[in-house]
Design a protein around this ligand. Sequence first.
Ligand code: ATP
Ligand code: MG
Length: 445
Amino acid sequence: MPEADESGLTIVPRDSHDISRRQISENALKVLYRLSKSGYKAYLVGGGVRDILLGLEPKDFDIVTNATPEEIKRLFRNSRLVGRRFRLAHIVFGRDVIEVATFRGHHDNKSDKISKSNAEGRLLRDNVYGTIDEDAERRDFSVNALYYDISDFSIHSYSGGIQDLRARTIRLIGDPETRYREDPVRMIRAVRFATKLDMQIEPRTADPIPALAPLLSDIPAARMYEEVLKLFFSGKAKANYDMMQDFGLFAPLFPQVQQLLNEAPNGTMSKMLKAIMDSTDRRVIQDKPVTPAFFYAAMLWYPLKQRADDIAVESGLNTYDAHVAAMGDVMEQQCRTISIPRRFSTPAKDVWLLQLRLERSQNTRAFKLLENAKFRAAYDLLLLRGEAEGGTPAKNAQWWTDFINADEQGRSEIAKKSRVGNSRNRNANQRKRRRKPASKKPASE
Ligand code: ATP
Ligand code: MG
C-alpha cells in the first residue's frame, strides 16, 4: 500500500488493489466508458468503491466526472437532470438509475445563484464545479473520498480514505463543526456508516455531535424521509437507534416519541422502540418486506394514544372520534420533521383504525376482519404492543394468534366461544337498544 502524500492523497495502481470490473454493475461501466471515450474524466466514487474494498455489495454506483450536467445530458439520451441543491444527471436503464455528478468545487465568494448558505452556515445551494481534488474535499467522510479511475483502473484515495478504511475509522473531512453546520445530515450519516461498516467514529468527528444535534430539526422534511429509511431499513435499526440516542440525534427527528421517553425513560414507549427495531432488523435479515406505513404506525402508536386521550378529555369526543382526530394531528406533527408520503401515511392510519377493531371483533366478525388488506399489518402492530405492554394488548394478540393458527372449524369454535362475555354484553346492549322504543310504546299509547 503506497503512503499518502502530505495532502492525504494516495494513488493505488491497478495491481495493488483488488477491485475488479466484474464487481461493478454493467450499467455503471457503460456510463464510465462512454464518458471516458468522449474525452472526459470518469470515476466511480464513494460508497461503490468503499463497499467493494470492504467486501460488501454496493447498494448503488455513483459516478463523478468533469463533464458538466449539460454535457452529460447531451452524451446520454437516457438521462435527465435532477436536483436543486446539487444539480446532477440520472442515467436511466429501465429500473436502474446511475447517478452522475460533476466535480464539485469550493463555494466561497461565488454568486448566490450557484452557491448559498443560511444564517447557521447550512449550504442551501452548491452548484460550483471544480477539480477532482476540490470534489474530494467536499465529500463527507474520508472513507467516501475514494475514486476508481476507469482510464487506468487505479484508486485515488483522498484525505487518508484508504488508510481510514483499513483502520475502520469514520473521519469527517475538514473541520467537523463547520462541516456539520454546512449539512447537519452528516451527523446521522456518521452514525449510519459506523454501524453499517462496523467502524469507530473518531473522537474529533464524534465530539461536536451532541451540541449540534438540534440543527437536524431544520433540515427540510422531504430530505429526511430517505435518510430515515436508510437508518431503519438496512438491518441495523437497533444499532442506529441506540447510537442516535447516545448522540441526541433521535429527539429532533421524532419529538413526539421523545416526549414520551422523557416522561418515562424505561416505560412502554422505550419497550416499544426496542420491539420495533428488533422486529425490523429481523425482517430485513430474513429478506421480508418492510414498509414505512407499518414503521410509522408503530413508532407513533403511543403518541397517538396519548393525543387521543387528551382530545377525549378536552373535547368530550367518544373514543373512536378522538382516535380519528388524533391520527391527523400526530401524523401532521411528525411530517414537520420527516415528510411521509401519503401512500404510506394513509395505510398507516388504516392500521391505527384497525387496532380498535382488533379489540372489538373477537367473535364471528373476526372472519371479516381477516379479509381486510391491512389485517396482517394491524395484527403485527398488536403483537408489538403486546410485547411492549403485556396486559390486555398481549391477551388480544394471543386471541388473534390462536384464531389465525386454527383451521376453519377451530376458528369457528374460537369465534363462537371466546369472549362470550363480550358478545353477550354486546347482544344485551343491542337488545336493550332494540327494546327501548318498544317499552316506550305502551306509555305513549
Ligand atoms: P450508501 O449508498 O451505502 O448510503 P454512500 O456513501 O454511497 O453510501 P450516498 O448517499 O449514496 O452514500 O452518497 C454518495 C457519495 O456522495 C458519498 O459516498 C459521499 O462521498 C457523497 N455525499 C453524500 N452525502 C453527502 C453529504 N451530505 N455531504 C458530503 N458528501 C456527501
Ligand atoms: Mg451510494
